[in-house]
Design a binder for this molecule. Structure first.
Ligand SMILES: NC(=O)c1ccc[n+]([C@@H]2O[C@H](COP(=O)([O-])OP(=O)(O)OC[C@H]3O[C@@H](n4cnc5c(N)ncnc54)[C@H](OP(=O)(O)O)[C@@H]3O)[C@@H](O)[C@H]2O)c1
Length: 259
């Protein structure tokens, strides 16, 4: 067996289909690209069509199979419509990645119900509803991979964590509940936990060089995260070789969380 065949046996996603929410930007875009380049047929879901189309154009130009569905994951009906639209493209997904997220960051005393509801809807309810829609089918077919993208704020307060930290803490609990339910049927459920990653989500913080340098110094690797740092971990968690890894929070943070 050549090393290429061996690696392909371990990590290839050929023949699998994936749905990646937030797949048009930042971490989600890097994950969608990694899954598609590893062989999966990938549908990316977000709101803005131009970003979605640009992502898919880049992947199809590379010879990957990808498509997009525009939808608002901030409402239950929006989630349901997007889920059906996505499943109609390449079939029911074997891999579900929940990367869509918002971080509105008002100080705790100004955190009103609208911010709370909006945060919970996108960051927590959408992953729950998508899991409910696709998890049972994955279990019936005997293969599934659910990957949530949480945050260090699931584990500690950090810059007005507010509702955001709560939503991410609950998302890690959701992963464990889903893992408990579906792992016996071949469906693993895990989370990827970023530290500070330079993406459009934190443009304001990223544009302050002093804060960026201070955050980099809090890692062990000595720099902040890049979206592409998630590619390998995502391919691993999406593929067959991670079959005995479930209910876990996998920190991709340069050591930030243990420094
Ligand atoms: N960057 C970091 O430092 C960091 C740290 C910890 C955790 N995270 C987490 O990592 C994930 C990805 O973040 P990122 O940094 O890659 O952010 P990003 O670049 O801002 O991407 C967010 C994605 O979510 C989509 N989205 C937001 N609201 C949506 C809605 N209502 N309906 C559908 N799609 C929606 C966005 O597309 P549209 O706006 O077009 O809808 C975009 O594709 C998030 O869950 C975030 O909480 C990020």
């Amino acid at each position: 067996m050549t090393s290429r065949d061996y690696l392909s046996d371990l990590f290839s996603l050929d023949g699998l289909t994936a749905l990646v929410t937030g797949g048009s930007s930042g971490i989600g875009r890097a994950i969608a690209g990694a899954l598609a380049r590893a062989g999966a047929s990938v549908v990316v879901v977000a709101r803005r069509e131009s970003e979605l189309a640009a992502t898919v154009d880049e992947l199809t130009a590379d010879g990957a199979r990808a498509a997009w569905v525009s939808g608002d994951l901030g409402t239950r009906d929006g989630v349901r419509t997007a889920a059906e639209g996505a499943a109609a493209v390449f079939g029911e997904p074997d891999i579900l990645v929940n990367s869509a997220g918002i971080n509105l960051r008002p100080p705790m005393s100004e955190l009103d119900e609208d911010v709370w509801d909006a945060t919970m809807a996108v960051n927590l309810e959408a992953p729950y509803l998508l899991g409910r829609r696709f998890g049972p089918g994955m279990a019936e077919r005997g293969y599934g991979r659910i990957i949530h993208v949480t945050s260090q704020q699931a584990h500690r307060a950090f810059v007005n964590s507010g509702a955001y930290g709560v939503s991410k803490g609950a998302l890690e609990s959701l992963a464990r509940s889903q893992a408990e339910a579906w792992s016996p049927y071949g469906v693993t459920c895990n989370t990827l936990v970023p530290g500070f990653v330079m993406t459009p989500l934190n443009t304001r913080l990223s544009s302050d060089p002093e804060k960026v340098a201070a955050l980099a110094a809090r890692t062990m690797v000595g720099r902040n995260g890049l979206a592409d740092d998630f590619a390998g971990a995502a391919v691993f968690l999406a593929g067959r070789s991670s079959r005995y890894v479930t209910g876990q929070s996998v920190f991709v943070d340069g050591g930030f969380s243990v420094h």
